[in-house]
Ligand binder design. Sequence first.
Ligand SMILES: *[C@@H]1O[C@H](CO)[C@@H](O)[C@H](O)[C@H]1NC(C)=O
Ligand SMILES: *[C@@H]1O[C@H](CO)[C@@H](O)[C@H](O)[C@H]1NC(C)=O
Ligand SMILES: *[C@@H]1O[C@H](CO)[C@@H](O)[C@H](O)[C@H]1NC(C)=O
Length: 482
Amino acid sequence: MRMRNKYRKLTTFHCNAGNICSTSVVVWSLVGCLLMFHLYTLVQPKDRLGGEIQVRVSHYPQFHELEQVEEENIQIPPKRKRPPHAAKRKLRRPTPLIDEFLDENSQIRHVFFPLKPDIDPMKDTGNDSYYYFPGRIWLDTDGNPIQAHGGGILFDKKSRTYYWYGEYKDGPTYHAHKKGAARLISTMDYGITAAVQVDIMGVGCYSSNDLWKWKNEGIVLAAEKENKTHDLHESNVLERPKVIYNEHTGKYVMWMHIDDANYTKASVGVAISDYPTGPFDYLHSQQPHGFDSRDMTIFKDDDGVAYLIYSSDHNNELHIGPLTEDYLHVTNIMRRIFVGQRREAPALFKHEGTYYMITSGCSGWAPNEALAHAAESIMGPWETMGTPCAGGNKVSRLTTFFAQSTFVLPVPGFPGSFIFMADRWNPADLRDSRYVWLPLIVGGTADRPLDYKFGFPLWSRVSIYWHRKWKLPQGWSGWKRI
Ligand SMILES: *[C@@H]1O[C@H](CO)[C@@H](O)[C@H](O)[C@H]1NC(C)=O
Ligand SMILES: *[C@@H]1O[C@H](CO)[C@@H](O)[C@H](O)[C@H]1NC(C)=O
Ligand SMILES: *[C@@H]1O[C@H](CO)[C@@H](O)[C@H](O)[C@H]1NC(C)=O
């Protein structure tokens, strides 16, 4: 809400030490507070009544179409005979649709993992040019499926190019009984204990000017084949690589989750390069602030300070803290957030001075419900606003459209408009995991009352809108707008 900023100015009035605040200031502050309370009581009942009040504060008509709520009905196939062990598991799974999603042999597998058509920017795609089709196979300019899972995007101001970095997973997926236990397909919620992984191949990098046609720039940080004690040895785990540029050192700095096959190392690794397309030199790994660190991301703020955010204490909480000026280490400042809430897959973004974060729950490779969070200061306190997902169907909203957050990219030229990037993991064949990109809009009020003592502040609502197909609006002209 726009008004929030005005209130903030009134309520955060400071008197300098040594100055005596004049009576009139105190009186006016009181009047301000009363006015604020009055306005608040006007707004609040509507929130409670409607449950979902549709406040359209979208600043750009171009985005109206993307804010339409698009429902999607997925037909569940009739019950069929399952092997006895599957029948036993079934009781513990929440819905038939998630059941079908996790079932390699589901009759509706093509709904989640369609084989054809793919998104092929080099073909004459006619009316489908520049359209994103969440969940479809997405080919690079060489005609190969993009391998950039758990990824993030850097806009490089020097080359005016977008670089998409992610896990290059184009190898066989194998099961736990072959090599040590890896990430569980899902946790007790689903009653499945099979564990799968792919050998580390490295970090893939793709470049683009339009966020649709991606050119493969190769593996910019490669796995280590010989040295078994090396962090990047192929038997280990490398996840969620993210790259930012350091203006002081002129280096591109990559942070990533580094682990061993059984997820006990729980560290972050750092690599640097002089060029966005690498090769990156691997520097070191560490347990930040002395804590275990699993899913993570980094965020570079407007003032050039960068932060590391990671799931810690066995995924029970998130930790956040600034990096050193060269972005190569953490400092000793750290805050715990979402303590006991078990969140992972953090993706941060900022709009009009407010920080936002999307996280997922922890259920291994199985999808779960995303939550949106907001904070006035990046170091917190952070508040949880609820699920940002709009449209699709109930189950797809409860599973973040069968995907897990990885990054949120601002759409240049349209403040408040973002691309939500998520991974639709395919534990049967991880290399065939799909990308779910959807429009994310900040605007309007929160869709349910917040757990906040006085009811303030009212955060702007964060919405991720489901679309079977969508594209960035006319007028978005890539880097030319920046
Ligand atoms: C594009 O859309 C128009 C109108 O819907 C249709 O007539 C035309 O065949 C389409 N072209 C392609 C290449 O799909
Ligand atoms: C193997 O990797 C470890 C850890 O990075 C390193 O200390 C060691 O020197 C490497 N050994 C060889 C032979 O390169
Ligand atoms: C995890 O794997 C490492 C080697 O990758 C091994 O040294 C360690 O003992 C294992 N830990 C557990 C708890 O299995």
